[in-house]
Structure formats: structure tokens, C-alpha cells
Design a protein around this ligand. Structure first.
Ligand SMILES: Nc1nc2c(c(=O)[nH]1)N[C@H]1C(S)=C(S)[C@@H](COP(=O)(O)OP(=O)(O)OC[C@H]3O[C@@H](n4cnc5c(=O)[nH]c(N)nc54)[C@H](O)[C@@H]3O)O[C@H]1N2
Ligand SMILES: Nc1nc2c(c(=O)[nH]1)N[C@H]1C(S)=C(S)[C@@H](COP(=O)(O)OP(=O)(O)OC[C@H]3O[C@@H](n4cnc5c(=O)[nH]c(N)nc54)[C@H](O)[C@@H]3O)O[C@H]1N2
Ligand code: SF4
Ligand SMILES: [Mo]
Length: 700
């Protein structure tokens, strides 16, 4: 027997966001340390979250045994046999009594491709349920719907991230990359040097500040008016004859309807609606049309709205009018958020979808996937319902009575949080797979502890559509199991007609076969090939070398043309006097619902509590001082947090991060109204009142 070396180094990637920064994980005597690794996306950089990510592997909060709810309301540890038997028995009983669709599954964009694929297969085949959706609905759904409709395919960046480096102009709408993907900023340097970084954000965010000193322009519209802004810019591009008529004729359909639809958005009206001055509008339109190397990029700030799909569509239409998409030096893209936010939307955890980005309603797709799974296509359920609808059906007549949660903390991150809490409490049975007792796990009947990123093999698909390898660098704690193993064991107990492997390489091979011929075709890939270090951009059909840049010759619709879909701006009533518009979003130190980063001591110390950004003039009017405790309220609920006065926000707007729980949870205020096309909730525009409160005596 050979003696293991004292230190082993493993090349992997960060557990958090879609930039998927490259890391070297070094195991010294059972403890992992993180080193940055050079890679085209992060160029040797990591943010604070990446640097501290390994601390959670040995967190004292970690769950290391299955936990079962006891009659007294507490939890007690159980064996895996007992826990899985209980889950399988309850699922079978609920299914027998109330039908397969009484069992719902909620997935996540942080799951590896293998887990996301297996979860979709498990739901359709082992549970026979149509009721699966995932947190990517809260994240990428508007841009995905717009991309699919316009291009026939949704890959967040249809080009390589590195391509941005050569750009002279980048229009960044509703994205704060300086805090949400810090190493991304290096890719903006070319545009900044050329004076062409244009950031559209109601806040002077860290990213907006990158435009200072001649590097570009910060545009500060009222929240939720980006659609009007984009229609106004398109109006100007057409009126000033800046549109690329040749490109439009050769590569698109629908331009005439677009031209008519933007007719009413003359600059003065756009200014009145958005608050963006006419001179800025003209300057942006001209700059965008000025020459080589122009990119338009969108983030959650413009997509997480009730009109998010229309807004993303308007950004695409502007890009098409300028002839940017499918050319070597220009483009349109959306910045995917979660670690596997891209792959997570390709392999079957969306309610209307089968692996390979296939439609579940497409007969040929059903036949192909059913053949890979060895089941009758007729046995596959039809489309389910999107995330908000799935969650709001909990405990209601005809809704789901049981939910399995894999990789999301909906109590904190889903809109209208009090309704979500009520729904979870009304369920007959809740199973949560997690590493920690997240706020959602606290509602569970059974909590199953799973392996973390550095303890498992798998693949992730980054924001540029590049499939990368996640490597196991350390053994998991003894009581913890992989999600693939859990799904295999449950499928077996449920008498599933198809087999479920718990070997990630085997699952990946099956996924690749299931995706063959689909939009997101991975059939030419394998763990082995990826380990050799190829830059694997999908589509990657068998025998190909992948597709770093999409649409160079044609778009993915049958006729090869991009569809321009004319969209209209909603007429929005101005907020009532005395109210403010709440915008929610992110801080550098915390990730999403905070279930992970609130458990990293130095991140928690840097941002221990929720703070609401308020303009000093607004604060003065409301007699609120910096650091005072305030209450934000509306008809849905109220939030207690600390006031942070800053001139960087519009006086009519306040900003609250959504990383905190309990009565600091921003989603107590957000509405579960959704975009009719994508099912995206309105996270970025909520009407609230703000008042100072006396600090109550705490019992601490
Ligand atoms: N630190 C950190 N990084 C992350 C994450 C995290 O939780 N923390 N999450 C990852 C994930 S899943 C995602 S989706 C990405 C999200 O990344 P981003 O899209 O960059 O993040 P947000 O902070 O949600 O929103 C970006 C900006 O939109 C602005 N905004 C709000 N409303 C509007 C509006 O109506 N119009 C315009 N133009 N702008 C508006 C906000 O002021 C904010 O600065 O980040 C990823 N990276
Ligand atoms: N108000 C407001 N709300 C928002 C947003 C906003 O901007 N404003 N943004 C939305 C967006 S873009 C997103 S992406 C969502 C994200 O919000 P969530 O879906 O809540 O995402 P996370 O906080 O990452 O939750 C992941 C949970 O799963 C666990 N976990 C991590 N990896 C795995 C795994 O591999 N397997 C399992 N079983 N568990 C795992 C973590 O410990 C954590 O408890 O929030 C949305 N909510
Ligand atoms: S930017 Fe994203 S991928 Fe990179 S280290 Fe930070 S959280 Fe991780
Ligand atoms: Mo996201």
C-alpha cells in the first residue's frame, strides 16, 4: 500500500456564482485551502466569497446525519435506512391517495448538471409527477424566454467572455458585476479605456462608479423603466438612421413592426418616463452605433420584473437593429447568475422541459428521452407549473401536498415570503436536502445531509456556456451522502421503471445521450474529455469541437433568422406620494439567501445585518439618521433593518439586500405577481413606506 502524499492539489472551480472562477484546492491533513488559478474567466482572481468558500466544509453547523421531525416539534437523528424508508413510504402513500402531481420538486441552479438532470428524471419517471421547477425561475427565466423567442436558443453569452476585452462600448443594464462577479471587471477594461462603459442602474453602484473619470457614463433611470428606455433608444437609432438595414434584411424578421412600435418613444417622452435626460439618450444611441466592438448586456436589475421578458426582448431588438448579434466583434448577452444557472436550465428541472433544452410537449423529444430512460413516452407527464405557481399551490385544493427541495432556500429567496412560510407549514410532508439547517430546512419533516462541492465529482456550465469539471478534493464527513445516491435509493424504493446511477461520470454520459440532437447538445462530451482541459462550449455534438461563438452564420430558428418581437411598455401609475420604490439585490459578501455565507465568520462580520440604502434628502424628510433602526412596510409585510444614508441612490428609491432572514427578509415585502411569459416574479420594484422605529429592548 502506498502512502498518500501529505498534500494533494486538485484543480476545480468556485462553489458560488456563474463566473465559476478557477481554483486550486489543496488538502493538507484533511483541511482544504483555496488558491486562485488562472483561467480565461477569472484571470487568476477570486472574490471574498471564493477565498473563504472552503470554510463551510468543516463548519460546525453542518448536518452530518439524516434528521427527522419529532412529535414535540424538534429534530432527532436517524439512520439513512430509516430516513429513506420513511420518505419513500410517505411519497407512495400521498401519490396513491392524491395522485402523482400532489408531490412537487424544487431544484436549484447551483446543482451540477448531473444532479439537475437526475432530479428531472427522478420527478418524471420515479415520481411520475409533472410538478418540478427551480430557483432559476427567479433568476434567468426572463432572459431565457426572450433569447429562445428571438434566437431559437438560450445561451447566456453566445460568445466567449474574453471577447468582451476587445470591445470599445459595453452597455450594461441592471448588473452590478463589481460586486456580484468581481473578477469580471477585468473584461470591462477595454471599454473603459475607450471611454465606452455605459452602466444603467438607479443606484450609483460599485459598477456604475467604474464609469467615472472618463471611462464612460452612468445612467440613473427610475426603477422599472428600462423597457421605455430601450424603446426610446431604439426610436433614436432608427430616427437617426443608425440602424444596420443590410443586417436587418439579411438576418432578421419583424423589423417593420418594431419600427412602428417605437414610433411613440420620442426622446422627450422617454426622458419624462424614465428620468434619463435627452442628451444622454442621444449620446448612448450614437455611441452604440459608432463602430466595432459593441456589446449590450443585461442583468437581474432589468430582468426581474413583471415585464422582464419584454425588457430583455427590447434589449435584444436594439442589438439586432444595430446589427450586433452573431458577428465576431459585437453581441448581446445576459449574465447568468448561479454557479450552474446555465446548465441548470438545460437538463430538465424546468417544468416544461426535457434534457438538452427540449420541450416536454414535443413528441419527438419525448420519444428520444423516453428511449434513453427505457420507458414508454406515454408515461412521461406533461408540463408542470412555474416556481411561483408551484409554491403558491402548497396546501391549496388541487395543489401539491408534499415538496422535495434540492438547492434552494425558498423561505428567504422566494417572493412574498410570508405566503411561502404559510404554504410550507400547510404541507403534509416536506423533505429538504441541504448541508445546513437553512430557514427552509427548519420547516421540514425530513432533512437529508448532502455532499458539498469539493466532496463530489460533476460538471457545471458557466455563464459563457462552457462546460467545466468540478472535482472531488476531499472526503465528505462519514454520515453525509451525495444527492445522486439519495435519488438512486429513493427511486429503488419507489419501484422506478428506469435505473438511477450514483456515479457522476455514468450519469453525465446518460445526460449527453439524452441531450443528443437537442438545442443544448452535449453528446460529444464526457468527464474524461473535459478532464483533458478542452474548452467545451455547447452545442457540442458528437464529432464536433464545440461552439465558442453562436449565430455567426445563422440563428437557431428553422429559417436561420432572428425574430424581432415588438414589445410595448406598460403604463405605470406613478407611486403614491409618501411612498418609495424598493429595489432588492446583492452585496459582495453574501450569496443569495445567505444560508452559506452567513455561516462564514468573516463574511458575516463584514455584513452582519440588513441595511437599507436611503438618499440623505429622503432620510431627512422622514427624520431618519444614519444607523437608525427603520421599518419598511407595505400590505404584504414589514421588515426591520438599519438605515444607511448614501447619495448614491435616487431620492425616490431605496435598496435592500435579500441575503437576510427572519424580520430582515426583503421578500416579506416583494409581490408574487409574475411576468406572463417567463413566470419571473417582480423582485426589483416594490412600493413601500419607510419610518424610523424606536429600538426595542432586546432580550439578549
Ligand atoms: N455577491 C454576490 N454575487 C452574486 C450573487 C449573490 O447573491 N451575491 N448571486 C449570483 C446570482 S444567482 C445572480 S442572479 C447574479 C446577479 O447579479 P446582478 O444582476 O449584478 O445583481 P443584483 O444586485 O440583483 O442587481 C444588479 C443591479 O440592478 C440594479 N437594479 C435594480 N432595479 C433596477 C431597475 O429597475 N433597472 C436597472 N437598470 N437596474 C436595476 C440594482 O441597483 C443592482 O445594482 O449575481 C451572482 N453573483
Ligand atoms: N428579493 C429578491 N429575491 C431574490 C432575488 C433578488 O434579487 N431579490 N434573486 C433571486 C435569484 S436571481 C436567485 S438565483 C435566488 C437564489 O436563492 P436560493 O434559491 O435560496 O439560493 P441559495 O441561497 O443559493 O440556496 C441554496 C440552498 O441550497 C443549499 N445548497 C447549495 N448547494 C447545494 C447542492 O448541491 N445540493 C443541495 N441539496 N443543496 C445545496 C445551500 O446550503 C442553501 O441552503 O433568489 C432569488 N430571490
Ligand atoms: S466571482 Fe463568483 S465564482 Fe468567482 S470567486 Fe466570487 S463567487 Fe466565486
Ligand atoms: Mo440568480
Amino acid at each position: 500500500m502506498s502512502i498518500a502524499p501529505a498534500e494533494t492539489a486538485t484543480a476545480s472551480h468556485c462553489p458560488y456564482c456563474a463566473l465559476q472562477c478557477a481554483m486550486t484546492l489543496t488538502d493538507s491533513a484533511g483541511a482544504i485551502s483555496v488558491g486562485a488559478r488562472d483561467f480565461p474567466t477569472n484571470r487568476g482572481g477570486l472574490c471574498k466569497k471564493g477565498w473563504t468558500s472552503a470554510e463551510l466544509l468543516s463548519s460546525p453547523d453542518r448536518i452530518v446525519e439524516p434528521m427527522l421531525r419529532q412529535p414535540d416539534g424538534g429534530f432527532a437523528a436517524a439512520s439513512w435506512e430509516d430516513a429513506l424508508d420513511l420518505v419513500a413510504d410517505r411519497l407512495s402513500a400521498l401519490r396513491a391517495e392524491h395522485g402523482a402531481d400532489s408531490v412537487g420538486v424544487f431544484g436549484g441552479g447551483g446543482l451540477t448538471n448531473e444532479k439537475a438532470y437526475q432530479l428531472g428524471k427522478f420527478t418524471r419517471v420515479a415520481l411520475g409527477s409533472s410538478r418540478i421547477d427551480y430557483n432559476g425561475r427567479f433568476c434567468m427565466s426572463s432572459a431565457a424566454a426572450a433569447g429562445n423567442r428571438a434566437f431559437g436558443l438560450d445561451r447566456g453569452l453566445p460568445f466567449r467572455l474574453e471577447d468582451l476585452g476587445a470591445a470599445e462600448t459595453i452597455l450594461l443594464l441592471g448588473s452590478n458585476v463589481a460586486q456580484t462577479m468581481p473578477p469580471f471587471v477585468a473584461h470591462l477594461e477595454g471599454a473603459r479605456a475607450a471611454g465606452g462603459l455605459i452602466v444603467v442602474d438607479p443606484r450609483r453602484s460599485a459598477t456604475a462608479r467604474l464609469t467615472e473619470d472618463g471611462a464612460g457614463m452612468h445612467v440613473q433611470p427610475a426603477p422599472g423603466t428600462d423597457l421605455a428606455l430601450l424603446l426610446g433608444l431604439t426610436h433614436l437609432v432608427i430616427a437617426e438612421r443608425l440602424a444596420d438595414r443590410e443586417y436587418l434584411a439579411a438576418r432578421t424578421t419583424g423589423f417593420e413592426a418594431l419600427r412602428r412600435s417605437v414610433g411613440e418613444w420620442w426622446p422627450e417622452r422617454t426622458q419624462e418616463h424614465t428620468g434619463v435626460p435627452v442628451w444622454q439618450l442621444r449620446e448612448i444611441a450614437r455611441r452604440l452605433a459608432a463602430g466595432r466592438g459593441t456589446y449590450i448586456l443585461t442583468g437581474r436589475g432589468v430582468e426581474q420584473h413583471e415585464d422582464g421578458t419584454a425588457t430583455a426582448t427590447a434589449a435584444i431588438n436594439l442589438s439586432l437593429a444595430l446589427g450586433l448579434v452573431g458577428t465576431a466583434h459585437s453581441g448581446y448577452g445576459t449574465l447568468t447568475g448561479q454557479g450552474n444557472g446555465q446548465g441548470g436550465r438545460e437538463h430538465g428541472q424546468k417544468c416544461d422541459q426535457l434534457p438538452g433544452y427540449r420541450k416536454i410537449t414535443d413528441g419527438a423529444a419525448r420519444e428520444h428521452v423516453a428511449a434513453v430512460w427505457g420507458v414508454d413516452p406515454q408515461s412521461l407527464p406533461g408540463p408542470g407549473v412555474p416556481a411561483v405557481e408551484l409554491l403558491s399551490s402548497m396546501g391549496r385544493a388541487g395543489g401539491i401536498r408534499c415538496l422535495l427541495v434540492h438547492g434552494s432556500n425558498v423561505v428567504v429567496s422566494a417572493p412574498n415570503a410570508s405566503r411561502v412560510r404559510e404554504g410550507l407549514a400547510a404541507l403534509d410532508f416536506l423533505v429538504v436536502c441541504d448541508f445546513f439547517f437553512s430557514e427552509t430546512a427548519q420547516f421540514a419533516d425530513v432533512v437529508l445531509p448532502v455532499t458539498q462541492w469539493a466532496e463530489e465529482e460533476g460538471t457545471m456550465t458557466s455563464l459563457e456556456g462552457r462546460v467545466i469539471r468540478r472535482r472531488r478534493a476531499i472526503d465528505p464527513p462519514p454520515g453525509v451522502r451525495s444527492e445522486l445516491w439519495i435519488l438512486r435509493e429513493l427511486a429503488r424504493r419507489l419501484g422506478s421503471p428506469s435505473t438511477f446511477s450514483d456515479d457522476p461520470a455514468v450519469v453525465f454520459d446518460e445526460l449527453c445521450r439524452a441531450s443528443e440532437g437537442g438545442t443544448a447538445d452535449y453528446s460529444g462530451l464526457s468527464h474524461e474529455l473535459l478532464d483533458s482541459g478542452v474548452a467545451a462550449y455547447w452545442p457540442y455534438p458528437t464529432g464536433s469541437a464545440g461552439t465558442p461563438r453562436l449565430f455567426l452564420d445563422r440563428f437557431a430558428h428553422a429559417d436561420g433568422l432572428a425574430r424581432i418581437v415588438a414589445v410595448r411598455s406598460r403604463s405605470s401609475a406613478p407611486p403614491e406620494s409618501g411612498t418609495l420604490t424598493l429595489v432588492t439585490g446583492r452585496l459582495l459578501e453574501h450569496y443569495q439567501s445567505g444560508a452559506q455565507t452567513r455561516r462564514v465568520p468573516e463574511l458575516a462580520a463584514a455584513q452582519p445585518v440588513a441595511r437599507v440604502q436611503l438618499h440623505p434628502a429622503t432620510a431627512d424628510r422622514l427624520a431618519i439618521t444614519d444607523g437608525a433602526e427603520v421599518e419598511l412596510a407595505n400590505a404584504r409585510g414589514s421588515v426591520r433593518c438599519v438605515a444607511e444614508l448614501t447619495p448614491d441612490i435616487r431620492p425616490d428609491t431605496v435598496f435592500l439586500p435579500f441575503h437576510f432572514a427572519g424580520d430582515e427578509c426583503a421578500n416579506l415585502l416583494t409581490s408574487d405577481a409574475t411576468d406572463p411569459v417567463s413566470g419571473m416574479p417582480e423582485f426589483k420594484r416594490t412600493i413601500v413606506t419607510v419610518r424610523a422605529v424606536q429600538r426595542e429592548l432586546s432580550n439578549a
